[in-house]
Design a binder for this molecule. Sequence first.
Ligand SMILES: CC(C)(COP(=O)(O)OP(=O)(O)OC[C@H]1O[C@@H](n2cnc3c(N)ncnc32)[C@H](O)[C@@H]1OP(=O)(O)O)[C@@H](O)C(=O)NCCC(=O)NCCS
Length: 158
Amino acid sequence: MRGPWPMLAYRVRYVGGPGEISQKYIDIIHKLQVKTFEGEDVASKRRKKAECHWWVVYADGEPVGFGGLQLFNYFKPKFGFIFLTGVLKEHQGKGIKKKIVRCMEKKLRSLGITRLVSYASYWNLPSANSLLSMGYKLYKPSDPDWGMKGAYFLRKEL
Ligand SMILES: CC(C)(COP(=O)(O)OP(=O)(O)OC[C@H]1O[C@@H](n2cnc3c(N)ncnc32)[C@H](O)[C@@H]1OP(=O)(O)O)[C@@H](O)C(=O)NCCC(=O)NCCS
């Protein structure tokens, strides 16, 4: 959806990794999650959240989006997984998710990890299209129990 702020510059800030994110950013992310995942149980996955690297996107000093990246270091090859992304409705369709994912890719490369994996529910076309336009490819996970049912899996070699 197009918002009324066409000239806004969006700034993505890395706000912390596993075990180091402050309560201030946990609260900001929680509020954004409540707004962007309307009606979903946002308290779930609490333990996994603590294992993620997090980014918050700002427009004029106001938080408008967020993203969390989980590392799967015990797989071969190691990979990163897009745990959550959310962008406030008024700011959607302006490439904010792509900005967050670029930061995730950079973080992974700095850690020597060269694969990023995600999934999108079959109905979530903006989520899938954002990744497809960045060169992500659809694939079938080798473990059918991995992830959620009825979702498209996407990945990119970085
Ligand atoms: C999914 C979400 C994070 C995408 O954020 P965003 O910043 O708007 O995404 P982007 O602007 O980077 O990309 C959106 C893409 O979808 C496309 N798109 C937008 N609306 C669409 C629609 N109704 N149908 C198909 N494609 C659509 C855009 O054209 C864009 O494509 P492009 O990359 O080829 O230009 C955002 O919609 C959101 O917060 N949704 C609610 C929470 C959610 O579902 N999160 C994802 C699951 S973790």
